[in-house]
Design a protein around this ligand. Sequence first.
Ligand code: FES
Ligand SMILES: [Fe+2]
Length: 333
Amino acid sequence: MNISENAFPNSWYPLCRSIDLRSGKVRTCFALGERFAVFRTVSGKVGALQAVCCHMGANLDFGHVRGEALCCPMHHWEYSHTGQCTHIPIDSNIPRCTKQQSLLCVEHYGLVFAWLGEEDPSFQPPVFPLGEKFHIASPRHFYFDAPYQTGAANAYDQHHLHSVHRREVIDSPKFYQRIDQHFGIEFQANIIGRSIYDHLLISMGKKQVHISIDCWGGNLLLMNHLGTPNHMMIALLPITHKRTRMFAVTLTPRLTSPVANFIFGKLMVNIMHHLTMMFVKQDFRVLRGMHLKPNILLPKADDSFIRWFHYWEALPRTSLAQQVMKNRKSKES
Ligand code: FES
Ligand SMILES: [Fe+2]
């Protein structure tokens, strides 16, 4: 494998929750081995700027929002959400090269995502087939000390379903791929565990689970518990190559009756979220400190993991340094 230490697959990376970024607020966010100042302008635009000010290097995340700009705490230069310098207090002549490195941001399912990769994103943040009508539980986030890809690979590691989650896979899983950045798996499994979650599922008449998982960009996992209203997105952020922040968002479809929606909608999505998190937490006990160095792999038991790993290795990658160069070239041309 020849993967540069500083490059990550081109993808949308979750920086923070939308609710944690109120209008006029700045947050520090460690992502992709760098420090970013993530802020929301008064009109609601979100920007993610590399935190080291391009003037003399002060920390922009200690700055404040002034209208539509982020103001550096040191000499009060102001930057727009795209990183363009818009104001220098004692000099109206802004040098052409004065631009703070920025990442394109969008908000999706309650999270702020930043794009790393080509200037025009090669795919949009993925969606569940729920249309505009769904209930969403407030996203939760966790940290673990392991490369982010351990979290994504785990979803494709059918071998651990038996040992960690007490699920017995029935038949061979199906694999599908829509574009190069996507890799999907669908499988069914018997519930053989006896945890509270397992008992709950069995008491609801579910002796089997039928799951589809769609991975996008190597770090975004859309999980559908088929036959139930449960949809969960896991979005992984590499803080460094050894530490990860994981966001989990649960969605359920809206009920047809407006009254039922009002009374049960929010309750149902929160129960689903709680139950799914019980399952996800089983992984945390084993992911901590994992290195993900595939060594002795079994052709049959590790087949789905091997396929995912080949997909992940082949993803196009960009480092922040490369992105800076690309942005500079496109600005000069
Ligand atoms: S160091 Fe930021 S404006 Fe001078
Ligand atoms: Fe797992």
